[in-house]
Design a protein around this ligand. Sequence first.
Ligand code: PEP
Ligand code: MG
Length: 325
Amino acid sequence: YRAGLERESHLPAVTKDGFFLNLMANIELVEEVVAVKDYGAIDIGLFRTEFLYLDLKRFPTEDELLCKYKELVELMSPQSVTIRTLDINGDKVNPYLSTVEEANPSLGLRAVRFCLENEDIFITQLKAILRAAAFGNIKLLIPMISCVEEIIQVKQVINKAILELDHEDKIFNKDIPLGIMIEVPSAVIMAEHLADHVDFFSIGTNDLIQYSMAIDRRNRRVAHLYQALNPAVLKMIKMTYDAAKKKGIDLVMCGEMAGDPINLPVLVGMGLSNFSMNPASIPAVKKLIRELDAQKAEKNVKEIMKFNTVQEISDFILKEYKDIL
Ligand code: PEP
Ligand code: MG
């Protein structure tokens, strides 16, 4: 069955009624590019950059980072690679990086918060990304943005990185799309305002579910509340979609939610069309999409959004799509 799925994974991700979707891959290592192509993804929708930092047990230099990023974009060229800046602390804990113990690391100095506090480390990575952008198609993605001030500050740091590269006569490309992860509820609420500062949003449902349901994504004792189809989560996705649409910026979903076929009818029905996921999830998601009627999904979402419980929502989906799920 799996072999059949994989054979078909090179067909386009188009719904039965002709609505084209863009399926991209989440990766952590350059070596995964082979899998990306095998599974039929077009672009890299999320390159998590933590792993090089964790592997080395020290902060990599600008040239070390450049070397990896350049290799990746050249392998993928002309397709795009969305490089996300460092998202350490939180669940990706690193003993050599965190000298201070935090009672709640997920609520602590994580991701962009860490980068803004450690500007030299941030600038090193930004310079490597801007330099790699001279060799292929890069988009820059910032994780864990929780307020407008942060993105304004990030842009100031990007400008500093550009000035340094100019000074050093380095070859680079500063005309790359800038996006932010929407993974904190405050960012959903402020999405329209955040949209004024960026070119795209990427919804990170792994953290968005964690932070909106107030459950630790690694804690099994509360795993029953980790619900992608919770009405609160769906409302937040819809709010983000509406804000991106109103402001005319692109929207991607790159959390695990996009990789589970049961969630696709509601996401496609809402109007989302760019999904990035673990490469191995692509064949099954693509199969579902090719059997899905997008117009019917759109009608069904109107019903789904009226429900107040996750039980009613999943029952409705399982009943409506029993032939294709
Ligand atoms: C997410 O939070 O949904 C996400 C894609 O990022 P990560 O899993 O790396 O936190
Ligand atoms: Mg996240």
